[in-house]
Design a protein around this ligand. Structure first.
Ligand SMILES: [Zn+2]
Length: 66
């Protein structure tokens, strides 16, 4: 498996490689989970801007439909 295209993320504080972690978010009373990158040392979670915006937009749309 070649993963050269994948960006290597590191925690700016610990210099640790980030690991994928399934995290639950709560937004506008809804809870959903997604995989995000997080620091194994300090636990800081890094959410790509596109992912955060895309997910939030999806949840907002879901709420509007009801
Ligand atoms: Zn860290």
């Amino acid at each position: 498996m070649v993963m050269a295209e994948e960006k290597l993320w590191k925690c700016g504080k610990c210099k640790e490689d980030l690991v994928k972690k399934r995290t639950a978010f709560s937004y506008l009373g809804h809870t959903f989970s997604t995989e995000v990158m997080c620091c194994p040392k300090c636990g800081k979670v890094f959410i790509p801007k596109e992912l955060a915006e895309g997910k939030m937009a999806a949840v907002e749309q879901e709420l509007e439909d009801k």
